[in-house]
Ligand binder design. Structure first.
Ligand SMILES: NC(=O)c1ccc[n+]([C@@H]2O[C@H](COP(=O)([O-])OP(=O)(O)OC[C@H]3O[C@@H](n4cnc5c(N)ncnc54)[C@H](OP(=O)(O)O)[C@@H]3O)[C@@H](O)[C@H]2O)c1
Length: 400
C-alpha cells in the first residue's frame, strides 16, 4: 500500500471555528479509518496581529515550526501551503477567498459560502480560470450519517421523497447575548442574521435529500416562497425565516416534492438541548427518516418504515478516544474526551480531491453552492433583507 499523501494547510483567521477545525485537522486520520491522506497545519494568519496567530497555533497544538502571520496577505504568499481554510465571518468570505485564489491557492471556505450568488459565481469562475480547488465547507454533507441518509433515499427504502421538514434554530436570547449588536450573528456589516448562519443548514438538509439525491441531469432549481422577520435591535438581519420550496421532478421520479426550511435566533429546534424531537424529517410514502438536532452536527438518525421497521442509529464522531486527554468542541462547548468534532471529514474530502486532481467537493459541487446562494438571495428579496453594498459587491479588492 502506498504511503499517505500529506496535504499542507494554512488557516486564515483565528476565531472559534478556526480553532475547532484546526484541532480536528491534527487528529490522526487512522482513528477514522482514513489511510490515503494526512493533514499538516503549516501556517495560520490573524488580521489583528502576528502574536494572535502564534497563540492560536499553540492553543490548537500545532507543530512548533508552523508559521504565524499578522496578515492574510502574507499567508497566501507562503509557498508551503497547498490549501487555505477561510474562517472569517461570511461578510468577508468573498474578499478572503478571492485573495487566496488570486494568489494561486486552493480554498476550503466556511459557510455561508458568500453573501450572495453573484459572489459565489465570481469565486467559482476564478477557481476555474486558475485551475484551483474550491469548496464550501458544509462539513455535515461529508458525515457518514449524511451518506447513510442519502443512501437510504437513493435505495428507495422510503419511496420517492415527497416532503422534507428541516429546522435549525437556537433560542439565543439575542438582545442579552449580543447586546451591543456588533457580533457577527446580528451585525448587518458582518452579514448577520439567522438565514446565512443557521438557515444554510436547513437548506443543506433540503438540498442533500431532495436535490443531490436525484440524477445530475434531472436536478432542477426549486420554486421558493419565503417570509422573514427582522431582528429589531440591528434592523438589517433576520431573526426568524421560513422558506417553502417546491422541487420539480418527473412523474416517474415521484412528481414535485415539497420542503419547509425554517431557522430562528429566537426559538430552538430542541429547547434546553433536548434532542428527542427530530429537527429534520424526510418523508416518503413508505416511511420517513428522522435526523435529531443539531442539524449541523447530528449524531442520531431514526428510520421508521410503514411496515413497522425501526432503525435507530447513533453516529458518534471518532477521534483519539477516551484516555487520550484530548478535547475538541465549539466556542467553549466541550465534546467527550477523545471525541472529534467531525470537521475532519470535509478536510479529508478536500485533501482527497487535491490528490485526485478534482477541483470541487464530491457531495456539493460549486453549481449546487451557487444555487443555494441563489435561493437565499430570493429569500432575502422576498423578505426585504439587504446588506451594506460593501459586503454585497463583487468588486475586489475592497477593504472591509
Ligand atoms: N462549520 C461550522 O460548524 C461553523 C460554526 C461556526 C461558524 N462557522 C462559520 O465560520 C465563520 C466564522 O465564524 P466564527 O464563529 O469562527 O466567528 P468568530 O469567532 O467571530 O471568528 C471570526 C474570525 O474572523 C477574523 N475576522 C476578520 N475580520 C473580522 C471582522 N471584521 N470581524 C470579526 N472577525 C473578523 C477574526 O480572526 P483574526 O483576527 O485572526 O483575523 C475572527 O476571530 C462564519 O462564516 C460562520 O458561519 C461555521
Amino acid at each position: 500500500m502506498s504511503s499517505p499523501k500529506t496535504i499542507r494547510w494554512g488557516i486564515l483567521a483565528t476565531g472559534a471555528i478556526a480553532v475547532t477545525f484546526t484541532k480536528d485537522l491534527l487528529v490522526d486520520p487512522k482513528t477514522r479509518g482514513v489511510a490515503h491522506v494526512k493533514h499538516a497545519v503549516v501556517a495560520a494568519a490573524s488580521s489583528s496581529s502576528k502574536s494572535r496567530a502564534e497563540q492560536f497555533l499553540k492553543d490548537c497544538g500545532c507543530p512548533a515550526d508552523a508559521q504565524a502571520y499578522g496578515s492574510y496577505d502574507e499567508l497566501v504568499k507562503d509557498p508551503n501551503i497547498d490549501i487555505v481554510y477561510v474562517a472569517t465571518p461570511h461578510s468577508h468570505h468573498y474578499q478572503n477567498a478571492m485573495l487566496c485564489l488570486e494568489a494561486g491557492k486552493n480554498v476550503l471556505c466556511e459557510k455561508a459560502f458568500t453573501v450572495n450568488a453573484a459572489q459565489a459565481k465570481a469565486l467559482a469562475d476564478k477557481a476555474k480560470e486558475k485551475d484551483l480547488f474550491l469548496m464550501e465547507a458544509v462539513w455535515t454533507r461529508y458525515f457518514p450519517l449524511s451518506i447513510y441518509v442519502r443512501d437510504v433515499i437513493t435505495s428507495g427504502r422510503i419511496g420517492p421523497v415527497a416532503r422534507v421538514l428541516a429546522d435549525n434554530s437556537m433560542a439565543s436570547n439575542p438582545e442579552a447575548t449580543w447586546s451591543d449588536g456588533k457580533h457577527r450573528m446580528v451585525n448587518p456589516d458582518l452579514a448577520g442574521g439567522a438565514l446565512l448562519d443557521l438557515g444554510i443548514y436547513s437548506l443543506t438538509w433540503v438540498f442533500q435529500t431532495l436535490y443531490h439525491t436525484q440524477p445530475e441531469n434531472a436536478r432542477k432549481p426549486p420554486a421558493v416562497l419565503a417570509v422573514m422577520k427582522s431582528y429589531d435591535a440591528t434592523k438589517a438581519a433576520d431573526e426568524t425565516t421560513t422558506i417553502v420550496l417546491s422541487f420539480p421532478r418527473s412523474a416517474e421520479a415521484g412528481g414535485d416534492a415539497h420542503a419547509v426550511a425554517t431557522t430562528s435566533l429566537r426559538v430552538a429546534t430542541a429547547p434546553g438541548g433536548n434532542g428527542d424531537t427530530p429537527g429534520i424529517r424526510i418523508q416518503g410514502p413508505k416511511g420517513e427518516i428522522q435526523v435529531f438536532p443539531p442539524a449541523f452536527r447530528p449524531t442520531r438518525t431514526k428510520l421508521i418504515l410503514s411496515d413497522g421497521t425501526i432503525e435507530d442509529k447513533s453516529w458518534l464522531q471518532p477521534g483519539p478516544g477516551k484516555g487520550s486527554g484530548w478535547y475538541n468542541g465549539f466556542a467553549g462547548g466541550k465534546n467527550s474526551e477523545g471525541e472529534g468534532h467531525g470537521m475532519f471529514w470535509e478536510a479529508d474530502e478536500a485533501a482527497t480531491a487535491l490528490v485526485e486532481g478534482r477541483k470541487e467537493g464530491k457531495y456539493e459541487g460549486l453549481a449546487e453552492s451557487i444555487l443555494i446562494m441563489e435561493v437565499m438571495d430570493e429569500v432575502r428579496k422576498q423578505g426585504g433583507l439587504h446588506y451594506p453594498e460593501k459586503i454585497e459587491t463583487t468588486q475586489f479588492p475592497v477593504q472591509l
